[in-house]
Structure formats: C-alpha cells, structure tokens
Write a new protein. Structure first.
Length: 335
C-alpha cells in the first residue's frame, strides 16, 4: 500500500484525502492543519490522524480539545509521498521539508511551475511524472483545458487555441473573495496566465487565453475555439469527446442550462459535496466550421484536480501505468 500524507486540509486537501482513502492501493497516513477550525474537527471525525502544520501553534489544537498525532514533520517522515494542498506559495516553502525527509511531493496549480520537476495532467503527460520527486498538478482550469485538447491533438492536430475563461469570484467557503456586483477582466493584460500554464503540459501549443472574474461561487465556464489541422464534422468531434472518461458531454434532453443546474445534478446523483470531477461539456454547443471547433465547458474548481492528484501519486511511486491508474481512480470515485 502507498502511504500518503496530506499537508493542508482545505478545499482540495479534504477532497484528496477522501479520494485517496477510497483507493485499493493507498492508505492515508494523516492530514496536517495550521489551526483547529471546523475542517480540523471534521478530519478527526472522519478518522484521519491530524498533525499540526506549525509547531508554534500546535498548542492551540489541545486548547480546542482536538487531539493531534504530532507535527507535520512526523507526517512527512511516515509517508511514501505527500500531497501538498496548502495555499498558493506555501507549497514552495514546504519543498525543503519534503527534501529533508527524501519524500516525493505533489503540489497544486497555485504554485509556480518551477516548484516541480514536471507539471502534470493524467490524460496528457502521465509518463513524464513517473518516478519524479516533485510534481505539480496543474490548476483546475488548466486541467480542464488539457483534458479537452489532448484528444483533439491526437485525432486531428491543433493549429491554434483561443479560450475565454469566465471564472468564479471565489469558492463557497471564501466570503472575502469577490467581485460582489461586477464583471472584471482578470487580468486585463492578455494572455491570462492560463495559456502559459497549458504550455507547461503542451510546450509547442499555440494558445491564447482571456480571463474574466464574475460574482458566482459555483464553477468556471470556458468558451473554446480550436483551429484543427483537419475538418471533422461536429458529430464526429462530439463522439470523440464523449469517449473521454473525464469529459461528461451534457445531453440536450437533460435540460441543464447552466452551472447551477449542473451542481444540482451532481447533488441529486449523490456525488460527495456535489463534486463534478469531469469537464462538463454541453453537447449542443459542439460546432465545427471548416477546421474550427467551438464548445462551452464548465469546470468545477473545487474538485476536477482531485483524480489528477490520485493519478500523480501512482506516477510518482511508479506503481501503475497511465491507463491502469486512470481506470482504478475512475472506478473508485464513480467517474
């Protein structure tokens, strides 16, 4: 069994911990938190050993009546691999800790690409991460773009990508984020950071991205235009995308018109926390004009990187090939 430590138990960390626990070949050693908040209490209630991430604040857990199993150093020392799910920028600071204990680490997309040996998307470049010591799972938006572009590149070739990303202002648990009543170019400069981030997966890809931030907490929305090297019809492209295990093509008959109904659909299906691990691509939006392909897809920012983290664990530990890992992860999560 692969012993996995989770450093950070917030939006991503708690989801990764649950996903790892569901794997037949992995055990959760424990999770680390900086403060004894409601998520720390929930970690203990879910049966995870809890470790204090900051030694000077470790006494606060005892004062709050929450038992800890030690410090984050102890968690790292016991783990075969650590998933760093700490806030952006903290993972880079933690790299020295992981190196001290010679423990491979997986970072999140909020970190700069140079924190790791390779940026990772299971559908696109799994083999590049096999045996690596430091791997960065790219951001939710880059994950969604990479999943879409990989099969298009393989089947038809891609000459140019243009994507407009309409991004949620904050997660449901982030009341301080905004905007509250506005639509903001974010950033105003072009391209947004998403295109260069996709280039960490596909270095030779010609891609331009624009970003907007709007007052919603549910999901991101992508408006995509890809100029292909071939001229397939829309039905052919839709069939190709429907065959991808982490792309859900939303059929017109479902009557799902937006992200709110997507989330309701996930909740009605019994998805934990209403999570949507897959790209949600509206089948009706799939359009081709000559070599140009167009679509709309929605990305659940809280959860689409979760299966990627699980696959990255197997890549780092060289315990399964890409097809085997993706199949195991999908089966265990119900994708």
């Amino acid at each position: 069994m692969i012993r996995v430590g989770i450093n950070g138990y917030g939006t991503i960390g708690k989801r990764v911990a649950d996903a790892v626990r569901d794997q037949p070949d992995m055990d959760v050693v424990g999770v680390a938190k900086t403060s004894p908040n409601y998520e720390a209490e929930q970690a203990v209630e879910r049966g995870y050993d809890l470790y204090a991430a900051i030694e000077d604040r470790s006494h606060k857990f005892a004062e709050a009546g929450i038992e800890t199993a030690g410090l984050v150093d102890d968690l790292v020392a016991q783990s075969d691999v650590v998933v760093d799910a700490t806030p952006s920028g903290v993972g880079a600071q933690n790299r020295a800790l992981y190196e001290e204990y010679d423990t491979p680490a997986i970072y999140q997309g909020g970190e700069d690409a140079d924190v790791a040996d390779v940026s990772f998307n299971a559908r696109s470049n799994y083999d590049d991460a096999v045996g690596a010591e430091h791997v960065r799972v790219v951001s939710c938006n880059t994950t969604g773009l990479s999943r879409l572009l990989a099969p298009l590149r393989e089947a038809y070739g891609v000459e140019k990508v243009r994507a407009t990303l309409v991004r949620r202002g904050g997660d449901p648990s982030q009341p301080s984020r905004g905007p509250i009543n506005d639509a903001l170019p974010d950033p105003i400069s072009i391209p947004s950071h998403h295109g260069p981030d996709v280039n960490t997966i596909f270095p030779d890809l010609d891609i331009d991205t624009l970003g907007l931030k709007v007052p919603t907490t549910l999901m991101h929305m992508h408006a995509i235009n890809v100029t292909l090297a071939a001229e397939p019809d829309a039905a052919e492209v839709r069939e190709l995308l429907g065959e991808q295990s982490r792309i859900t093509v939303v059929d017109e008959h479902l009557g799902i018109e937006g992200t709110g109904q997507l989330k309701e659909w996930a909740l009605d299906r019994g998805r934990p926390r209403g999570d949507l691990w897959e790209n949600c691509l509206w089948g009706e939006s799939v359009t081709t004009e000559g070599s140009d392909f167009y679509c709309f897809q929605a990305i659940h920012q809280e959860s689409d990187v979760v299966p990627e983290n699980v696959d990255a664990i197997r890549a780092v530990t060289d315990s399964a090939d890409a097809a085997e890992s993706v199949a195991t992860t999908n089966d265990s999560l119900g994708i």
